[in-house]
Ligand binder design. Structure first.
Ligand code: URP
Length: 410
């Protein structure tokens, strides 16, 4: 990288994104994406090798109809598309599916009336999903808690709990059912759920709507963060829906919500239940997790012989009342910078470039699900996994009288 033209700050930004080292003052937007910096500053021949090492095999770009490209431009969001191919087989036809990952900023300020905030987000998502349909998307997934600001940092109950809705009958689910029917698309809609059948309890839930328009079911967030300003445990408990997988016309899908991506066993259990594509709708900020982001969902795709789709929101959300982070530092009124960078990873370790760190975007990836079994046959992780050995040890490790097996010099 040319230090003279890019300067120290840019150099530090790249270094941090690649290697996770500290980079003072690098909290906000500042650069578009890691990929765009590499492209700009590395000579083409070396770039090919750098990309192979960092991102796996080179992916073909998807061609989109010109009206889709125009509409994305007019509606001010980034549109990218890639093909993640598999080898042709003799006995099975390719199983081709197009997934759409949507990342976006909130539309209205966080102190606007609740209904206006929700309605504006419905409108925004509606215009992005229309373009997804023009691009042939079969399954679309939105970011975590997409109908609201990520207000859990505040620890205030009002007005944020008012954003909660029934997973089965709420107006957001109705809205997604309309989209699903209209565009013949499976819709994965992560919301703040209110479960009135069980005392009006709140949950962090992904609703899966079939392309028929019926609600196929819901999957609740299994692991609730206890880190930084992610004070979600104030609002809801760990999910009780296990690791269910949804059979759709476009393959078996599962939803591992945000912080669940740090838990390899969580990905693993969705895969054990047969997931071919695992979505990871998220809301996470640069200071906390950006160096981990490109690794975790990608590693899960490799380890579990499946596709993974990591989605993060964009922008900085400001709140009326300041809150503290329990770290002795001054109170503040924003959560930090949500850095987008949504991407798709394949079981062979390849992955798409991330969407922008700063803009709303739609990432379309065409997947051949046959790749899962091809890579499983090649690497055999499911066959060599020794699960019975781990099941036995895990069973022992969770008992109160567990003694770690440590050998010491006498
Ligand atoms: N939304 C959420 O679970 N965020 C936690 C932080 C992270 O996992 O990066």
């Amino acid at each position: 990288i040319d230090r003279d033209t890019t300067g120290k700050l840019l150099e530090r930004s790249v270094f941090r994104a690649l290697f996770g080292r500290d980079c003072r003052h690098m909290s906000a937007a500042q650069f578009e994406s890691l990929e765009s910096i590499l492209e700009k500053h590395i000579p083409p021949e070396e770039l090919k090798e750098v990309r192979r090492r960092l991102f796996g095999k080179e992916l073909k770009k998807l061609e989109f109809p010109s009206d889709a490209i125009e509409a994305a431009k007019e509606r001010d969001f980034e549109l990218q598309g890639y093909v993640l191919e598999a080898a042709l087989e003799q006995l099975r036809k390719p199983f081709i599916v197009r997934v759409g990952l949507v990342q976006n900023k909130i539309v209205h300020p966080t102190d606007a009336p609740v209904i206006d905030q929700i309605t504006a987000l419905h409108r925004r998502i509606g215009e992005i999903v229309e373009v997804a349909s023009m691009c042939g998307v079969n399954i679309v997934c939105f970011q975590e808690a997409w109908t609201m600001p990520f207000a859990f940092c505040t620890r205030e109950k009002a007005p944020w709990t008012e954003f909660a809705e029934s997973a089965e009958e709420g107006h957001t689910t109705r809205f997604c059912q309309e989209l699903a029917k209209k565009y013949n698309m499976v819709v994965v809609s992560p919301i703040l759920e209110r479960d009135d059948i069980h005392g009006g309890t709140l949950w962090n839930t992904a609703v899966v709507v079939s392309n028929s328009g019926n609600v196929l079911g819901k999957s609740r967030k299994n692991h609730i963060p206890r880190v930084g300003d992610f004070n979600e445990s104030t609002y809801y408990m760990e999910g009780n829906t296990g690791h269910r997988v949804f059979q759709t016309q476009y393959g078996r899908i599962a939803v591992n919500i945000c912080y669940g991506r740090h838990h390899p066993l969580n990905w693993f259990m969705y895969s054990m239940n047969g997931a071919e594509i695992i979505f990871n709708p998220s809301a996470t900020v640069g200071e906390l997790s950006e160096p981990m982001w490109p690794i975790e969902a990608r590693n899960a795709a490799i380890a579990n012989h499946c596709f993974t789709c990591a989605i993060n929101r964009v922008g900085t959300e400001h709140f009326k009342n300041e809150f503290t982070s329990g770290d002795g530092k001054k109170a503040h009124s924003d959560f930090g910078y949500f850095y987008g960078s949504s991407y798709v990873a394949a079981p062979d370790g390849s992955c798409t470039p991330g969407l922008s760190r700063t803009q709303d975007g739609l990432l379309v990836a065409e997947l051949d699900l046959n790749l899962n079994r091809q890579i499983s046959d090649k690497w055999s992780f499911k066959m060599t996994g020794r699960y019975d050995m781990y099941a036995e040890l895990l069973h022992k490790a969770v008992q109160p009288d567990f003694k770690p097996d440590i050998v010491k010099e006498s």
